[in-house]
Design a protein around this ligand. Structure first.
Ligand SMILES: *Cc1c(COP(=O)(O)O)cnc(C)c1O
Length: 340
């Protein structure tokens, strides 16, 4: 049985995006953030393709995410560290990224071996303080990667350089084999930000968090939906919930199998763009839970045909006011996923 909506996923673009980010990372290794099920694309499919291309560092948020990838045999780091409920860990398929003094203590007591550590350099989200590092909190721990996270990498903010300098100041001060700071946008800040390992997520999947990346990042995900009905809407008639769209001329309208329950956000009402081949067609009226209307006046599109939705994440984000991250991670579960 096939679904009336699908995600067309471009595996070659995914790998090329990773290679482009790896080149920009210079001598640093380039990893991949695959948390939230690979930002909605399917973490297993993403990991298999990137591992085949040479990626050796994968980041997930939780141990459940790590467990679902364990059989792939790739090195995983769990960004949220270890809760008491996560111990004891059976099998050793991932390293925790320890985020707090309590987590460091827990890991020491568990005697579980190598870990990564997150230090806070100003974001005040997760991570141990520079003072705690200086006071010896990490002494004796076997640390693979000491990392921090940029708060404003997608902006030209003075804070970026401050965070970079704070991480740099820890070089050689712990047992860490590697330092890591940059996410996708951080890679675009320049070679000083790459340290030994970069951690892109968004840009792998076609997101463009800084204009500098636009030339080298290709879309990976295209939503496609089948036309359920083609309707004639006479001039003056209205379309959709709250009857917000009014035909200014005799119009043809396609109603497609896609709605906000699929992650095609209500914010695309009157603002989204669909495509029949190269022909751009406007979303009209309110996006419903399961249906969206498209103005196809003058275009040969009928029941059973498929329309594509704008795969340019930066443009779709600008049109909807929804972040590129949310557009990806909000993709619903009714799609067939078609990798090519
Ligand atoms: C999600 C995440 C990343 C990836 O960030 P992008 O902006 O998607 O490239 C990197 N590091 C950490 C700690 C993260 O939580």
């Amino acid at each position: 049985m096939t679904a009336p909506a699908r995600l067309r996923l471009d595996g070659a673009a995914l790998v090329e995006n990773w290679r482009a980010l790896a080149r920009m990372s210079g001598t640093a290794a380039c990893g991949a953030a695959v948390k939230a099920d690979g930002y909605g694309l399917g973490a297993r499919e993403v990991v298999q393709r990137l591992a085949a291309a040479g990626c050796r560092n994968f980041f997930v948020a939780t141990w459940a995410e790590a467990a679902s990838l364990a059989d792939l045999g790739v090195p995983l780091a769990v960004l949220h560290g270890v809760r008491a409920a996560d111990l004891p860990l059976t099998g050793h398929h991932a390293r925790p990224v320890l985020n707090s003094t309590a987590q460091v203590q827990r890991w020491r007591e568990a005697g579980q071996g190598a870990c990564d550590v997150m230090v806070d350099t100003g974001m005040n989200r997760l991570g141990i303080s520079l003072e705690d590092v200086a006071a010896g909190l990490l002494d004796g721990l076997t640390i693979d990667t000491l990392m921090s996270h940029l708060a404003c990498a997608d902006e030209d903010a003075a804070m970026n350089a401050g965070q970079r300098a704070a991480l740099q100041s820890l070089a050689g001060r712990t047992s860490a084999r590697r330092l890591s700071l940059a996410n996708s946008a951080g890679i675009a800040l320049g070679p000083d930000y790459s340290f030994d390992l970069t951690r892109p997520g968004l840009a792998l999947y076609g997101g463009v968090p800084r204009a500098k990346l636009a030339a080298m990042i290709r879309p990976v995900v295209t939503i496609e939906a089948e036309v359920l009905q083609r309707r004639h809407v006479p001039a003056g008639a209205r379309v959709g919930y709250n009857a917000t769209w009014i035909a200014t001329r005799d119009s043809q309208v396609a109603v497609v199998n896609l709605g906000y329950a699929d992650g095609y956000r209500r914010a695309f009402s009157d603002r989204g763009t669909a495509f029949a081949g190269d022909r751009a067609l406007p979303v009209i009226g309110r996006v419903s839970m399961d249906l969206t209307a498209i103005d196809i006046t003058g275009v040969e599109v009928g029941e059973g045909d498929w329309l594509a939705f704008d795969p340019d994440l930066a443009r779709a984000s600008a049109a909807s006011g929804v972040s590129q991250y949310e557009l990806l991670t909000g993709l619903g579960h009714r799609f067939d996923q078609v990798w090519m």
